[in-house]
Design a protein around this ligand. Structure first.
Ligand SMILES: Nc1ncnc2c1ncn2[C@@H]1O[C@H](COP(=O)(O)OP(=O)(O)OP(=O)(O)O)[C@@H](O)[C@H]1O
Length: 261
């Protein structure tokens, strides 16, 4: 059996006495697209924050490629092969798209500040390698023509794709995507769906996708995990989850009730 790229074991989190996650387990295989869905406040973002080291769980642990990462700093976890995008755009103002990507990789490069200051050859070579990796990542996501535009001048949907490209240049094993389809028009969704599949198939990266666009989740995910009130209530291939009574009640039921009220 393939070892999981990411394993979450019995993770519990409370904020001020309120339990937000309760004994959550999750195993994601290398090169799998996993959907993480559930009603508002179910604990999805909190779980991503535990995985990437922003929150420390009260109980449980997380392993990346078999290595325990709980308690490590987010930057160390990123270096071990975890990428992440957020619900809101995290592009730097005043930088072009290409510079934004290069900034993502500079954090991982090896030449020191002194070498940079003296403009040594090693630093220049590294800068060239970084630029090449950034251009390749932009090409991979189909946005090479935007390289020299200011990042924040792009549409919100395009900014999300640039952020995904930025995670890819560090060659992660697992990437967490928090509502990446927000701001994408319906006809862009099919392209986005194809991009996620290419990341899985060509790069072997495991993706964990929090998404309220259920159509995207059901189309693109290999498996789907459902959280409700901090607990995992269902897991399976999209069809199993779609037809699960508990899911219909806890997730779709709540949505429908909200819509009708
Ligand atoms: N830092 C925090 N301090 C206190 N409570 C928090 C904190 N972060 C999240 N919560 C609470 O934890 C619960 C779960 O929030 P979380 O954002 O993880 O849910 P979610 O499933 O991602 O929801 P949504 O789909 O609305 O983004 C919510 O009740 C939220 O108010």
């Amino acid at each position: 059996m393939t070892a999981p790229a990411l394993r979450v074991e019995g993770v519990s989190v409370g904020f001020g006495g309120v339990r937000v996650l309760e004994g959550v387990d999750l195993d994601v295989k290398p090169g799998e697209i996993r959907g993480l869905i559930g009603p508002n406040g179910a604990g999805k973002t909190t779980l991503l924050n535990v995985i990437c080291g922003i929150h420390r769980p009260d109980a449980g642990r997380v392993l990346l490629d078999g290595v325990p990462i709980t308690g490590k700093k987010p930057s160390s976890i990123a270096q071990l092969g975890l990428g992440r995008t957020f619900q809101t755009s995290q592009l730097f103002r005043g930088m072009t798209v290409l510079e934004n990507l290069m900034a993502g990789l500079y954090r991982r490069t090896t030449t020191n500040v002194l070498a940079a200051g003296l403009n040594l050859r090693s630093h220049r070579e590294e800068e060239e390698r970084t630029e090449e990796a950034a251009r390749k990542a932009l090409e991979f996501v189909g946005m090479a023509q935007f390289a020299d535009r200011p990042g924040t001048a792009l549409s919100f949907g395009q900014q999300r794709v640039v952020e995904i490209a930025r995670t890819l240049i560090s060659e992660p094993r697992v990437v967490l995507l928090d509502e990446p389809a927000v701001g994408l028009s319906l006809n862009r969704l099919a392209e986005f769906d194809a991009l996620l599949r290419r990341i899985r198939d060509e790069k072997g990266v495991a993706l964990i996708l929090i998404e309220h666009v259920i159509r995207l989740v059901m189309d693109v995910c290999d498996r789907v995990t459902v959280l409700s009130s901090g607990r995992r209530i269902a897991e399976g291939v999209p069809d199993e989850v779609r037809n699960d009574r508990q899911v219909i009640e806890a997730y779709l039921g709540k949505e429908l009730r909200a819509r009708h009220s």
